[in-house]
Design a protein around this ligand. Structure first.
Ligand code: NAP
Length: 286
């Protein structure tokens, strides 16, 4: 008797990023000037530097500009605040992001709130969070959330009417993603560290989105056949980058899964630049 292990469909974030980048590149060629993103970095965290380098690489590929404002750990809050205010009124700047995490000495919330909502291409200001809550298309969605939605859309995985579980409730990923899916008519459950019987809550979902920051936490006994699994996690394990999902143990059970690396990560970067081009275009209509 023949036996074989079926493999889930791979939701290839790199391939989709390349398709979306080509679209962005074509769009940018039609613009009068290059959309320009300011990236604010404080200190020298190697992970932040690596994320910034990925953003610079993609910007170069599509014809966008990046201005990297790099401050020492000891920088005063007032200095960054003043610079953000200047960028807010500078017409040649279309997007501003603050690379997180920031040193404890700085007030992250106050700095984020200083960014003009129309240039907040990370979608983290209160104004953009409210637009998201209201399902108002004028808002800018956090890049990771936009990336997850685009990945599902690209692979024609329907959202409306489906049961979705989002594991994680951070303001950066879990909550905005849950709201964005709700806005697209999913029936959403948000799970977190106090959720009782997480395994069942995960298994019952048709689409399972995991943003925990816990290496390979979601194993075979958290998933069920037919599911789509989106792994947002980025963790270092034995010198390698792994997700929150035990990919090897889960892929023969579920219908579709995004890998780490090569899933949500590249989608987040391209989504940031989609947000930037949108911000550029809406600045023209002001
Ligand atoms: P976070 O702020 O640390 O939030 C983690 C969430 O997971 C919390 O809501 C926490 O619950 C929940 N959680 C932790 N342990 C749990 C457990 N045992 N059972 C159930 N829930 C648990 O992290 P984040 O910023 O949302 O990021 C999550 C992951 O995504 C990280 O690995 C991060 O590096 C990655 N990430 C990736 C991208 C990308 O582009 N791919 C972008 C952003 C973040 P409580 O609220 O109850 O504590």
């Amino acid at each position: 008797m023949l036996s074989y292990i079926s493999m889930a469909q791979l939701l290839d974030g790199k391939a989709v990023r390349d398709v979306l980048s080509a679209e962005l590149s074509a769009k940018i060629k039609t613009l009068k000037s290059a959309p320009t993103l300011v990236i604010i970095q404080v200190g020298d965290r190697p992970d932040s530097t690596s994320y910034i380098n990925q953003k610079k690489l993609l910007a170069k590929k599509i014809g966008a500009k990046v201005m990297h404002k790099h401050y020492a750990d000891s920088v005063a809050q007032a200095e960054i605040l003043k610079d953000i205010q200047d960028f807010n009124i500078n017409d040649s700047v279309h997007g501003i992001i603050i690379q997180l995490p920031l040193p404890e000495s700085l007030d992250k919330g106050a700095l984020i709130e200083t960014v003009a909502p129309g240039k907040d291409v990370d979608g983290l200001t209160a104004a953009n969070a409210k637009f998201l809550l209201e399902s108002n298309a004028r808002g800018i969605m956090p890049a990771t959330t936009r990336g997850i939605i685009s990945l599902l859309e690209y692979y024609k995985i329907s959202i409306a009417g489906r049961r979705v579980t989002v594991v994680g409730r951070s303001s950066l990923v879990g909550k905005p993603t849950a709201i964005a899916l709700l806005n697209r008519n999913a029936t959403v459950t948000i799970a977190h560290s106090k959720t009782a019987d997480l395994k069942t809550v995960c298994k019952e979902a048709e689409i399972l989105i995991v943003a925990m920051g816990k290496a390979k936490f979601i194993t075979a006994d958290f998933v069920s056949p037919g599911q789509t699994v989106i792994d947002v996690g980025i963790n270092a394990l034995d010198g390698k980058m792994v997700g929150d999902v035990d990919f090897a143990g889960v892929q023969s059970i579920v219908a579709a899964i995004s890998p780490v690396p090569g899933g949500v990560g590249p989608m987040t970067v391209v989504s940031l630049f989609q947000n930037l081009v949108d911000a550029y275009l809406s600045s023209l209509s002001k």
